[in-house]
Design a protein around this ligand. Structure first.
Ligand code: NAI
Length: 342
């Protein structure tokens, strides 16, 4: 009996359950050999009567090692700590990898964007160490460790080498943050010089980097940076290829991996049936490719390729959700992809 891979599904909040349901339908139609165990996190977990990040959800990811996750809401300026950040830290998912590519049938200012963001996923200002020293004075601690800076650099260069990426660019602010971003830069330089000197490598102060990105994103290839910069640059680059509805991501650790879209829970459109499920679907394709590679299973590769071809064809046939200028709802777009599965 061929193996069915076990994975965790965290539907999330807001548009999360709707886009998750659409993606599951497509994965099933593509005969992806994966069985999902559903667990909650975020507001959904609170509403189910549990903790915001139940231990059972963390344990399930540790048991099955792979999860597909919808977005989880985080209250602004008060309330609980982001469960997204907590999951990444608790499971040590230190590398966020986010491919940002132009899509057929999705016209944007640039036709040939092909970037990959490598975001350090466990420290920086996202360590969440904040204090009110006295009324009206707060501090937020930015943490950088040699271990975390070095391992994200190693992953980025390994990826660049394996995938034949043209260049690695580090975005930083070490002119101001001389110690923390300075350490990040030192670690990347060491990794480059010791193991990957054949890969073209450059550094770029992030403010000027942002200008260059929007002027001509094709001058960049793999972008490597610390946590907060990676968060912001992910959304900026999403805007270059059609928006948050089309950018997937993975959070990779040594043992476990969680695949999720770059976008959030989109409360402004939640419950309307209009969210684009493509970013989560593309994250599902990344999950299948990960399973194909780590578990040597060609069925996963086959399903991943079939889904990719089907959504590209759907977009080319002008089957699009509203965020891309189309008229389809979440389910209708999923059906359009399923109709095109070979
Ligand atoms: P957001 O990404 O949820 O939405 C930004 C804009 O993009 C909104 O106008 C939204 O309608 C649109 N959008 C996002 N995804 C879309 C999709 N699939 N289809 C069509 N339109 C889409 O960012 P926002 O509003 O800043 O954050 C909302 C909540 O999500 C917050 O609580 C935030 O903390 C959380 N969040 C969670 C993330 C995660 O779970 N990994 C990542 C980012 C934000």
């Amino acid at each position: 009996m061929p193996t069915i891979h076990q994975a965790v599904l965290i539907p999330g909040d807001g548009i999360g359950p709707a886009v998750s349901a659409a993606v599951l339908k497509i994965l099933k139609a593509a005969n992806a050999p994966v069985a999902f165990h559903e667990h909650h996190a975020g507001i959904a977990a609170l509403e189910a009567g549990g903790e915001v990040l139940p231990q059972s959800t963390i344990d399930a990811v540790r048991e099955h090692h792979v999860a597909l996750k919808g977005p989880c809401t985080t209250p602004v300026g008060k309330g609980f700590t982001s469960v997204n950040v907590q999951l990444r830290k608790k499971l040590d998912l230190y590398a966020a990898i986010r491919p940002v590519r132009s899509l057929p049938g999705v016209p944007t200012r640039y036709e040939d964007v092909d970037l990959v963001i490598f975001r350090e996923n466990t420290e920086g200002l996202y360590a969440g160490v904040e204090n009110e020293i006295t009324s009206g004075v707060v501090t937020s601690l930015k943490i950088a460790t040699r271990t975390a800076c070095t391992r994200i650099a190693e992953q980025a260069f390994k990826y660049a080498k394996k995938r034949g990426r043209k260049k690695v660019t580090v975005f930083h602010k070490a002119n101001i943050l001389k110690l923390s971003d300075g350490l990040f830069l030192d670690c990347v330089k060491e990794v480059h010089e010791s193991e990957f000197s054949e890969i073209p490598y450059e550094t770029q102060i992030i403010d000027a980097g942002c200008m260059k990105l929007v002027q001509d994103p094709t001058q960049f290839d793999l972008l490597l940076m610390e946590n907060l910069y990676g968060d912001v640059i992910s959304d900026l680059t999403a805007g270059l290829v059609g928006g948050l509805g089309v950018v997937p991501g993975s959070n990779i650790g040594v043992e476990d991996s969680i695949f999720e879209a770059v976008h959030g829970s989109a409360p402004d459109i939640a419950g309307q049936g209009i969210a684009n499920p493509l970013a989560l679907l593309m994250s599902g394709v990344m999950m299948l490719n990960h399973l194909a590679e780590t578990r040597k299973d060609d069925r996963c590769l086959k399903a991943a390729n079939a889904i990719k071809n089907a959504y590209n064809q759907a977009l080319q046939d002008n089957q699009k959700t509203r965020d891309l200028g189309g008229t389809l709802g979440t389910d209708a777009f999923a059906d359009a992809v399923i109709e095109r599965l070979a």
